[in-house]
Design a protein around this ligand. Structure first.
Ligand code: ADP
Ligand code: MG
Length: 253
């Protein structure tokens, strides 16, 4: 990767659903160690674009590049191998397993990439290594004190952070999050933002799809604004806050 070259490049990404143009020729980049938000009113095309980037949906036109490789249409394990981790809009945890075990399972899936083997077939030494790594991930996101709690008993805000810890077990260069702050209380949003800032400080890039403007404004380096599938603005939080086109899109519905 050349110095200053973007990590993730989305080039003229487009998606049609029948006659509906959900995403139209959207271009943007995410650099190493940068937090970028993709924002816009409901129906703007945010989740569709997220799904195009993560290979969940095929592009109608356009390309997605990561560190010099085309990544659109790669299977999930291909993304994980290249250093791309994502979480899902609905939290998917093993509610009866401990917080620590949930992260260890994430690390285990990384090492075996879709094999049929189960956690129970690990030898003692492998298991201890996974649990040690998981403990480290929990410390990174400030969840070490809850290591032994059943994941299902955590409040929602901490479940979201646990999802991130589990994604970190894959040792990603970039983390992709779809509406991570949805449904969280104010303090939980603050704690989540702190976790994302600490990841950035370690050089991990973050791309957040978010409806909640307040959450992203104090967190991200840059924003890309979508409306009716089009990129209508891009810039720093200050630039976006004062952009009449963006204000119009949010107010005009
Ligand atoms: P956002 O996440 O910004 O709220 P979406 O990406 O979910 O927006 O939706 C963008 C547009 O595409 C909307 O008009 C939505 O109804 C439409 N859409 C999304 N997914 C599908 C689908 N699978 N089939 C048909 N239309 C879809
Ligand atoms: Mg959405």
């Amino acid at each position: 990767l050349a110095p200053g070259e973007a990590l993730l490049k989305v080039q003229r990404a487009s998606k049609n659903f029948g006659g509906l143009v959900a995403v139209n020729e959207v271009t943007f980049e995410v650099a190493a160690g940068e937090i970028v938000a993709l924002i816009g009113p409901n129906g703007a095309g945010k989740s569709t674009l997220f799904n195009l980037i993560t290979g969940v949906l095929p592009l109608t036109r356009g390309e997605v590049w990561f560190r010099g490789d085309r990544i659109d249409a790669l299977p999930t394990h291909g993304l994980v191998e290249r250093g791309i981790a994502r979480t899902f809009q609905h939290v998917i945890l093993q509610p009866d397993m401990s917080v620590l075990e949930n992260v260890a399972v994430g690390a285990y899936h990384r090492t075996t990439a879709g094999a049929l083997a189960s956690m129970f077939r690990l030898d003692r030494r492998q298991e201890e290594r996974l649990l040690r790594e998981a403990q480290y991930q929990l410390e990174q996101v400030d969840l070490a004190a809850e290591a032994d709690v059943a994941a299902g008993n955590l409040p929602l805000g901490k479940q979201r952070v646990l999802e991130i810890a589990r994604a970190l077990a894959a040792d990603p260069l970039i983390l992709l999050l779809d509406e991570p702050a949805a449904g969280l209380r104010f303090q939980e949003k603050q704690a989540l933002a702190d976790v994302l800032r600490s990841l950035r400080a370690e050089g991990i890039s973050v791309l957040i799809v978010e409806h909640d403007m307040d959450f992203v404004m104090n967190l991200v380096d840059r924003l890309v604004v979508l409306d009716h599938g089009e990129r209508i603005a891009a810039g720093t939080p200050l630039e976006i806050q004062n952009d009449p086109t963006v204000i119009e899109a949010y107010l005009g519905g």
